[in-house]
Ligand binder design. Structure first.
Ligand code: CNA
Length: 251
């Protein structure tokens, strides 16, 4: 076991408040491409297809493209991986307080993380733009496949939108407030599988760092916080997180 892993595990064990912030890299091992890596979603789609203005202008075309993209995110064989599972283990062991995720894939919830802030929403849900009623993606997919395009709210007839933050939309204020508070209160902030480039989400490691938290980064490539991190592992999250958890067990 390397010294770095030993020291990082000890830092997790001794910190009073540990917060994990995850990005698309936590789910690539489950088979969901991230945005920016080779073969990532931006090689397959034009981000403009998923802009809020596109949804407003052409909700039918938007939904067709969205369901095509969702085949890669919500396929039947996609399941949480060792990284999601390790975060559950750490929470159950009482050493991890909160998970903040940028992901919309529902995999932290499916793995069993209890204290979870989904700052970009959750793609398994759909929301009515008029009355705010939520329904499931499954239900709306069935209706679209039966020819209801664009899908409309069964209560008020309003337009239905994925319950996620589209480009051009604000992040949910209450959830972001909770995420900022968690970042401020963290003694140790784990940044896992994220390029840490997407604003305003990337403001969270900045808040954590400025308010005195140590940063522990696990990501395949360097991030803009690499030079200030107390610990940095340029490695696969599905290897390093279980290694950290196994080391913690032996402390
Ligand atoms: P990103 O900018 O695509 O960065 C992902 C990072 O993860 C990259 O730096 C990769 O090098 C790294 N990475 C990939 N696989 C691994 C791995 N196995 N182990 C370690 N590191 C790895 O994605 P971010 O999450 O930083 O950007 C935020 C965007 C991406 C948010 O808007 C998300 O909603 C959005 N997104 C979410 C999903 C999802 O829900 N699974 C998928 C694709 C994009």
């Amino acid at each position: 076991m390397s010294d770095d892993i030993q020291q990082a595990a000890a830092a997790i064990e001794t910190a009073d408040t540990v917060v994990a912030f995850t990005g698309a890299g936590v789910s690539t091992a489950s088979g969901i491409p991230d945005f920016r890596s080779e073969g990532g979603l931006w090689e397959q789609y034009d981000p403009a297809e998923f802009h809020y203005q596109r949804f407003k202008r052409d909700p039918g075309g938007f939904w067709e493209k969205r369901l095509e993209m969702y085949e890669q995110v919500f396929a039947d064989d996609i399941e949480p991986n060792e990284a999601h599972e390790t975060l559950v283990t750490l929470e159950q062991r009482g050493v991890l307080d909160t998970v903040i995720t940028q992901n919309i894939d529902d995999l932290h919830g499916a793995a069993g993380t209890e204290s979870l802030l989904e700052i970009h929403g959750n793609g398994r849900r759909v929301v009515c733009e008029e009355c705010g009623k939520r329904s499931t993606l499954e239900d709306v997919t069935d209706r679209i496949e039966a020819g209801e395009l664009p899908p409309r709210c069964q209560t008020c007839g309003g337009p239905l939108k994925p319950d996620v933050v589209l480009f051009g939309e604000e992040l949910p204020e209450t959830t972001m407030q909770q995420a900022r508070t968690a970042a401020r209160e963290a003694d140790l902030f784990l940044a896992i599988g994220s390029s840490l480039t997407v604003e305003p989400a990337a403001s969270l490691p900045r808040i954590a760092h400025r308010t005195g938290s140590s940063l522990l980064i696990v990501n395949l490539e360097a991030t803009s916080f690499s030079d200030v991190a107390a610990f940095e592992f340029r490695s696969d999250v599905t290897e390093t997180l279980p290694e950290l958890a196994a080391t913690l067990e032996q402390l």
